[in-house]
Ligand binder design. Structure first.
Ligand code: ADP
Ligand code: MG
Length: 399
């Protein structure tokens, strides 16, 4: 793989760099940025290029869920607001092209001078982006002399701007992508032991492979959230009306569930099915028919805390409970504090997990916070990510 950090400044000067970033940030109904973590994470690459006199063409998507938050006013919300915000962060003007293809866009690019930055409009306004259309990939490539992937969080997608475009340009991993790979490789290739992997959250199906991968690596796997429910259910415990992912139970039975390395909640907080969300604590095995499990209990938090304290390396993704409700956020907060207090090398990631850590003011207390949600899960599961494979296979030399 070729890295931007290894590319000689003389090769960068006056060249047009097409840089895939992930500015798919959370916006409110009026298009205001609620969370700039992913934008900030790309600054090092952008500055690296501007300092060396590249003409920087940034490309990104904004997902549909962000585009249509306010159906009336904001239907076509794109990246213009983000270009202004980026300008403030960089302390320089960021030009904006209201389209990601076509004649006007080509003109905007050819007007760039060394060290200037241009952001193109949302790639997903163009349907060929997600279909990885060769025509669109070639058109994007035509805008630049070389390509940089700095959008780790979208690298699990075989889209035109992530994978397709590398067929036509010398292609490099950006500084953020390089940081992500180096840090996430540590628990995979060179773990300190004991290694503790804490997994919670709701999207169980996306997390099973990761759990399998780390069990093979002899990690302690600590489970909370819907994934813990689903495993407890697979073991035959009654969980009342708690959320489980039934399709996963068959897959789970293939895991060695009596494995002493899988740590499950020993107590939980439930909401009783009477409409009130009062948090009542229950030992596992004593969950009643009308109960809904919404958090790990205090004894579990303590037990998990001990394992975390012993660990020399920790990976954490996914909240331990329904943290959006204050009375069910304690388990997640306890884990967040345990990991923050530990001297182990700690990696955290996941969209919802990052939201909680920011709220708790703990984001700066971990060794590495990944910008990836799905991409981080797939990487840690040992899967090959299309965006990263495309860079590895790129044989096109810089002139
Ligand atoms: P991340 O984005 O960090 O990877 P997920 O998207 O997988 O995490 O899951 C986050 C969601 O899981 C949150 O909305 C949270 O309320 C929900 N959740 C966690 N535990 C439970 C539970 N026991 N019952 C219902 N929802 C839960
Ligand atoms: Mg999520």
């Amino acid at each position: 793989m070729k890295y931007l950090s290894h590319l000689a400044p003389s090769k960068i000067r006056n060249k047009r760099a097409l840089v895939r970033v992930d500015f798919n940030v959370t916006l409110d109904g009026r298009g205001r940025i609620l969370d700039d973590f992913r934008i900030k994470a790309c600054l090092s690459t952008i500055r690296h290029l501007t300092k060396r006199g590249a003409k920087v063409v940034l490309i990104s998507h904004l997902s549909k869920s962000q585009m249509t938050l306010d159906k009336k006013k904001n239907q076509k919300a794109g990246l213009r607001g983000i270009s202004r915000y980026l300008g403030r962060l960089l302390g320089r003007k960021v030009f904006f092209a209201p389209n990601c293809r076509g004649e006007e866009t080509r003109k905007a690019v050819s007007g760039l001078r060394a060290g200037e930055v241009l952001l193109l409009e949302n790639l997903r306004f163009c349907p060929e982006e997600e279909k990885n259309g060769a025509g669109f990939a070639r058109e994007l490539a035509g805008l630049a002399d070389f390509y940089v992937n700095d959008g780790f969080a979208v690298s699990h997608r075989a889209h035109a701007s992530v994978a397709g475009v590398t067929k036509y340009l010398p292609s490099f991993a950006g500084l953020l992508l390089e940081r992500e790979m180096k840090n996430l490789d540590r628990p995979l290739k060179n773990p300190f032991r004991p290694l503790a992997v804490v997994i919670g959250g709701a999207k169980v199906s996306t997390k099973i492979k990761l759990i399998e991968n780390f069990l093979r690596k002899k990690a302690d796997v600590l489970l909370g959230g819907v994934i813990a429910n689903t495993v407890l259910c697979a073991k035959g415990l009654s969980l009342g009306k708690s959320l489980v992912e039934p399709e996963i139970i068959v897959k789970l039975r293939k895991l060695n569930l009596p494995d002493t390395r899988i740590h499950l909640p020993i107590d939980v907080l439930v909401s009783r099915g009477n409409g009130r969300t009062m948090a009542v604590s229950r030992a596992i095995g004593r969950v009643k028919k009308e109960d809904i499990i919404f958090d790990i209990g205090p004894e579990t938090a303590e037990l998990f805390g001990k394992i975390i304290k012993e660990a020399k390396m920790i990976v954490w993704n996914g909240p331990m409970g329904y943290f959006e409700k204050k009375e069910f956020s304690r388990g997640t907060a306890a884990i967040a504090r345990s990991v923050a207090a530990s001297r182990a090398f700690s990696i955290v990631g996941g969209g919802d997990t990052a939201i909680i850590l920011r709220k708790l003011g703990l984001l700066g207390r971990y060794s590495f916070v990944s910008t990836g949600g799905g991409a981080m899960l797939e990487y840690l599961a040992g899967k090959k990510l299309p965006g990263i494979e495309a860079l590895k296979n790129n044989r096109i030399k810089m002139e």
